[in-house]
Design a binder for this molecule. Structure first.
Ligand code: AMP
Length: 472
């Protein structure tokens, strides 16, 4: 199918052509005709499937004809759960609407100064992209006129529900004309989404084309079992040395962990930076621009902050901590393999993460193959049946290649061969932290005291082997 056959306005087709898109993605192919026909639509589409254009191209098509209502207020309103996603949508909109005379985009996001937003809202706005909280503030202050609003888009509605924004979304919707066309995009269409749709949409067409499975096909998913934080740091260091890794996003469970890990990686000489919700919008934007320009190789981020990041150079996503929700896993790894490129997603999991892993695999319908780095094998055996035959990821230098379940050899061979690991020193930037929530166990203590090098004897107990670091 071609874009021409979708009957979009010629100036939109021209912009699509400039963007280099040759044919619509499946979600675009299914959603655009329904939207042009004026139907409400609820669609399941992961990020990375081209969902932004799926709703924005028909929105722009509407804007190509002048409004019948005289007002300066927005004709299209897009609500997103995060500021990053809102900026992403705004950028894409500017790209698709660049030849249209009436397609002024304004973003209204939390964390930005009110005076500037007040000024923007006092001028003509065609498309408003906003996060719900800040928009409510402006609505309450009477700064937005929705009298000519024609289309309301709820982007990542599932996420807005998870984040507790749905009440705000409903209040905003109630301030808009009942005649509007409403679109709901969500990673999954479950009963919770049906309930939201029942309240906000009018006999919607349901579109479910982009399954997680199809979406993830261009992403190689790998699993590394880890014993503890020190082991994670060593594996991360190993992965970051891979020259095939152009840019990576490393996900941590908390903002504090993101800061600490980014600081630690920077101290080790990596071009690393953190991105999380405690940072000012200015700093977040600056970091994203730097990432896009290639000035950052490793972005350490939390889930919410990283939503919607669309940077073609991201070759790897590393789940330093597994996400709480299976759906976040899909969002995270979707940061790589953008627009048809391939990507690698690596997840670290401890033996306690079995249930989490199962949930993720059930959600994606895909099994994550377990890998080991020779010299960095886990000591603790993972869940039964999982990754039965782990694949070997080449080590930097593995003089002693071992099978995964055999006794663990000197873990730090790789670093030693590189000449980059100092004897008896724990190079981990956060070596004493334990994201499993435990204080140092004897195993960890053994590893720490041996600089990360320890051995499991045939009974499965662990012994440190600091002698190795003393120049053996
Ligand atoms: P999205 O799912 O909207 O975040 O889009 C993911 C990526 O796909 C973005 O980089 C878009 O520029 C790109 N994209 C969207 N539609 C197409 C298309 N029809 N052909 C090629 N790339 C596309």
């Amino acid at each position: 199918m071609s874009f021409e056959s979708l009957n979009l306005h010629p100036l939109i087709l021209k912009a699509i052509n400039d963007a280099g898109y040759t044919s619509p993605t499946p979600i675009q192919e299914h959603a655009i005709p329904e939207l042009l026909a004026g139907h409400d639509v609820m669609a399941s589409a992961q990020t990375g499937t081209g969902k932004t254009a799926a709703f924005m191209l028909p929105a722009l098509h509407r804007l190509a004809s002048p409004s019948e209502v005289r007002s300066r207020g927005p004709r299209v309103l897009v609500l997103t759960p995060t500021r990053e996603l809102a900026l992403q949508v705004s950028e894409a909109t500017a790209k698709y609407g660049k030849y249209l005379p009436r397609a002024k985009v304004v973003s209204i996001l939390g964390g930005m100064p009110y005076p500037l937003q007040n000024k923007l809202l006092s001028q003509v706005v065609d498309i408003l992209v906003a996060t719900p909280g800040r928009l409510i503030d402006h609505i309450q202050r009477g700064r937005i006129d929705f009298s000519r609003l024609e289309m309301l888009v709820l982007d990542e509605a599932d996420r807005m529900l998870d984040m507790g924004f749905i009440e705000d979304v409903e209040r905003i919707a109630s301030a808009t004309p009942a005649t509007r066309q409403t679109l709901l995009f969500s990673a999954t269409l479950d009963s919770a989404m049906d309930n939201v749709a029942a309240r906000l949409l009018n006999s919607p067409k349901r579109i479910q084309v982009a399954t997680s499975k199809a979406r993830l096909n261009n992403i190689e998913q790998r699993l590394h079992y880890v014993d503890d934080i020190s082991h994670k740091n060593q594996l991360l260091d190993h992965l970051l040395r891979d020259i095939a890794l152009k840019q990576a996003i490393v996900f941590t469970a908390t903002k504090r962990d993101a800061d600490m890990l980014a600081d630690g990686l920077s101290a080790q000489g990596h071009a690393a930076a953190a991105l999380h919700g405690d940072m000012s919008q200015r700093d977040r934007n600056r970091t994203l621009i730097k990432l896009r320009q290639g000035g950052i190789r490793v972005l350490v981020a939390t889930d919410v902050a990283a939503r919607g990041i669309d940077v073609a150079g991201i070759t790897h996503v590393i789940n330093f901590d597994l996400p709480k929700f299976a759906e976040d896993y899909v969002h995270r790894i979707g940061r790589t393999g953008r627009a048809g490129a391939s990507g690698i997603a690596v997840s670290f999991a401890s033996s306690k993460d079995g249930i989490h892993l199962k949930k993720i695999e059930r959600f994606t319908g895909q099994r994550i193959a377990s890998h080991v780095v020779p010299g960095l094998e886990p000591r603790v055996k993972p869940r039964s049946g999982a990754g039965v035959q782990p694949r070997s990821t080449p080590s930097v230098a593995h003089k002693r290649s071992r099978t995964w379940s055999s006794d663990v050899p000197h873990r730090s061979n790789a670093y030693r061969a590189d000449g980059d690991w100092k004897a008896g020193q724990n190079r981990s930037p956060a070596g004493n932290r334990d994201t499993w929530g435990n204080t140092a166990s004897s195993t960890r203590a053994a590893r720490a005291s041996s600089g990360g090098n320890s051995r499991r004897d045939s009974f499965g107990s662990t012994t440190g082997s600091s002698a190795y670091f003393r120049g053996k």
